[in-house]
Design a binder for this molecule. Structure first.
Ligand code: ADP
Ligand code: ZN
Length: 720
């Protein structure tokens, strides 16, 4: 008799043993359906000795029902899944779940039905049908997806199908993606680019693990370099994964990709429609998807024949996932490349300190592009000391910055103002009684959005209309906005330069690929004079006529006080500065600050990146922070504050006393209340060489907590 151990997607169970019925063959990695009580569940066949479980007596084993008609997850991917679960102290099944992408995709069936408008426009319509007609122009999807898009019930749409307003379309999920053409538009590379590209191409051919850190200043043409490696992988018939930090960047990337390879790549991100997701997953598994461009979740997909991984803007914070499996996609990308035996390219103009350190230690091969492509110069950077050059009362832009903007406007050049704060003002209070609007679910102020006339929490999404009177003292028309957000800066620009055409770019205004595409087209077509934006505009874009960048508040990022504040500020300002002067005209950057002597501001002003990294390295060494030491956070939360605190204290009270490990806390977590849950945090600092994960598991696994308590471990947390 043959038994098989399954990894199943039920956190409470995790692992179950079954019997293989006669005539069925199951390989490791096969995805199967098995009975559980009266239900059927999915499982992945796994090497039994690698999954701890109680041996079930033979007589009790139930048979597997079927294997699904998709290729088994390969051994290399299974080892990566195990490594990730181990390293990040996450449940194995939660990691494995990411490989499946879409459960629906597994269930065979090569077609699905979607709906689209027929184009009929009857003279009389109910308001809901009229709204749906408006919202669904050019859209296609399942009834459920369309209902969500149009904000109407599925019933309304079914009625519209009956009335001939919507029609079904059969979509073939196995329709092949058109093949990319590696030789479609080969660019003429600069000498530096050629040298870098040659290294990458060679590594792709050799098909061995080779991690590269592509360290090139903004505008140096990093993309063109790694495109050569992509082209080589395509010639060899291998798949490529390109990870981007945000969907906002993909529009731009897609266009460039298409120009180079003649077709768009296959996309993978969380807002794909389910049929797109199914089609992409199937094509990835069967090899028809040649190049996949995705968010971090694309990392765990079962590629048929992976030949290269690229992580662009590799320093970006958004590669760190902060709920569910708390992993860093940049680091896991390197591990995946290692297990697969393929090269991986981390590209950035401002690499993370950890990456620089690994390059210095010889673990990564560092490849430099020290100059901008085409002879463009890096912008001149000047600091505006706000203590000496204060903006007028109630304004946020210093006279010198305003002058510079006027100058660009007169010359027909573009300016970009950067402030990493959405909304109109970060804090709203009553001028009469001092009442401050706070989120009921989070330790956070509500942020005024004049654009939508609402007060919103940026953590949980709680929103209220801007009230007419103070809820505390009842005084009418009493609200004052404290401090600036991008909306307020856009207002100020409209006041000072009413003739300028201004675009505000934040995730509130630019939240669809279409909106982003429209903005890029307008900026490129010089239909915009001044861009006011959050971090959304700091990277990726290339507007040749943009010659001035103003950093409205360089001190903002330094406030948090965590150990990464300096690095984060440096990266953000260097990136946004990198948008200036990318074409023939020279660029200038003006940084507004009250701390011109802060090391990071001084380093930016002097263009002395090495000095910045050196100072940062020393600070990290002193603090035992990465890359010199390791941190982990334990977050304990509950809706009941006393319960959360008691659990956190219980954890603190049982901390192992080890010479190479320090336990701090519990203390209220940085967001002490989040989405209605009270949160306490313990921080663990350990030596590089320590067996941190083993220690954590031995410490936490035996502890038991009330049902309302959640304990989350964050290995290598972003802030500490
Ligand atoms: P980075 O990502 O390093 O900031 P990009 O890859 O965006 O730089 O390149 C900057 C600009 O230079 C882009 O508009 C790109 O199309 C152009 N460019 C880079 N290399 C070449 C090349 N070899 N031939 C033509 N244009 C290039
Ligand atoms: Zn909130």
């Amino acid at each position: 008799m043959q038994r098989v151990r399954l990894l199943v997607f039920n956190a409470a169970l995790g692992v179950l043993d079954y019997r293989v019925p006669p005539g069925m063959t199951i390989e490791f990695g096969s995805i199967v359906i098995a009975p559980l009580g009266p239900r059927q569940i999915l499982g992945i066949a796994w090497e039994a000795e690698r999954l701890n479980a109680q041996e079930v007596p033979e007589a009790k084993l139930r048979p597997v029902l079927a294997t699904l008609p998709v290729p088994p997850l390969g051994e290399r991917l299974r080892r990566l899944i195990e490594w990730t679960a181990d390293y990040y102290c996450a449940p194995l099944s939660a990691v494995a779940r990411m490989a499946l992408g879409s459960i629906a995709a597994l269930r065979g069936g090569g077609t699905t039905t979607e709906y689209r408008l027929t184009g009929t426009e009857p003279a009389r319509l109910t308001p809901q049908r009229a709204a749906a007609l408006d919202a669904l122009q050019g859209e296609q999807g399942s009834i459920r997806e369309l209902a969500e898009l149009a904000s109407v019930s599925e019933g309304v749409l079914r009625g519209m199908v009956g009335a001939g307003l919507l029609e079904p379309v059969t979509v073939d999920l196995d329709r092949p993606y058109p093949p990319a053409r590696p030789q479609f538009a080969e660019p003429h590379l600069s000498d530096d680019q050629l040298a870098a590209a040659d290294l990458f191409v060679e590594a792709v051919r050799a098909r061995t693990f080779a991690p590269f850190l592509l360290d090139g200043v903004t505008g140096s043409g990093k993309t063109e370099c790694y495109f050569e490696a992509v082209a080589e992988a395509l010639r060899l018939g291998r798949q490529v994964l390109v990870l981007l930090p945000e969907i906002a960047l993909t529009e731009n990337f897609l266009r460039r990709f298409e120009q180079r390879f003649g077709v768009p790549p296959v996309l993978w991100h969380s807002s794909l429609k389910s049929s797109e997701r199914r089609r992409a997953w199937r094509a990835i598994v069967h090899g028809g998807a040649q190049v996949v461009v995705g968010a971090r979740s694309a990392l765990f997909l079962p590629y048929a024949n992976l030949g290269l991984i690229v992580v662009d803007e590799a320093h970006e914070v958004s590669f760190k996932q902060d709920d569910g499996v708390r992993y860093n996609a940049r680091d896991v990308a390197v591990m995946r490349a290692k297990f697969e035996g393929v090269p991986v390219i981390l590209a950035s103009a401002t690499p993370a300190l950890e990456s620089m350190q690994l390059a210095e230690a010889g673990v990564y091969r560092k490849v430099d592009l020290p100059a901008r492509f085409g002879g463009a110069q890096l912008p001149a950077i000047h600091v505006l000391d706000l203590r000496e050059q204060a903006p007028e009362r109630g304004r946020w832009l210093a006279p010198k910055l305003v002058e510079a903007m006027k100058d660009r406007l007169a010359k027909g050049e573009q300016s970009l103002l950067f402030l990493n704060r959405r909304g109109y003002a970060p804090l709203t209070l009553c001028r009469h009684c001092g009442y401050r609007f706070q989120c009921p679910n989070c330790t956070a102020w509500l942020v005024e959005h004049r654009f939508s006339k609402r007060l919103a929490c940026h953590h949980c999404g709680h929103e209220v209309p801007v009230p007419e009177a103070c809820p505390e003292c009842g005084t009418g028309d009493c609200l004052v906005a404290c401090g600036p957000g991008v909306e307020r800066i856009a207002d100020e620009v409209a006041e000072i330069l009413p003739e300028a055409r201004t675009a505000m770019v934040t995730s509130d205004t630019m939240n669809t690929p279409a909106a982003i595409g429209e903005f890029v087209a307008m900026a490129e077509g010089k239909a915009i004079d001044i861009i006011v934006g959050t971090q959304l505009v700091t990277k990726g874009y290339h507007f040749p006529d943009l010659t001035l960048v103003g950093v409205v508040d360089a001190d903002l990022g330094l406030e948090g006080g965590d150990l990464r504040a300096g690095e984060r500020t440096y990266q953000q300002i260097a990136q946004v500065a990198g948008r200036a002067g990318r074409g023939a005209k020279a660029g200038e950057v003006l940084i507004q600050t009250r701390h011109p002597d802060a090391p990071v501001i001084a380093a930016l002003a002097n263009g002395d990146r090495d000095a910045f990294y050196a100072a940062e390295t020393e600070a990290r060494r002193d603090a035992g922070a990465p890359p010199f030491g390791r941190w982990a956070a334990i977050i304990v939360s509950s809706e009941d504050q006393a319960e959360a605190l008691a659990a956190a204290r219980a954890i603190g009270g049982t901390a192992p006393d080890l010479p190479d490990m320090l336990v701090l806390g519990p203390a209220p977590a940085p967001l002490a209340l989040l989405r209605g849950r009270h949160r306490y945090r313990l921080l663990i600092n350990a030596r590089r060489s320590s067996e941190l994960q083993k220690t954590l598991r031995a410490w936490l696994d035996p502890l038991e907590f009330p049902r309302g308590v959640r304990v989350n471990i964050d290995v290598d947390p972003y802030s500490f």
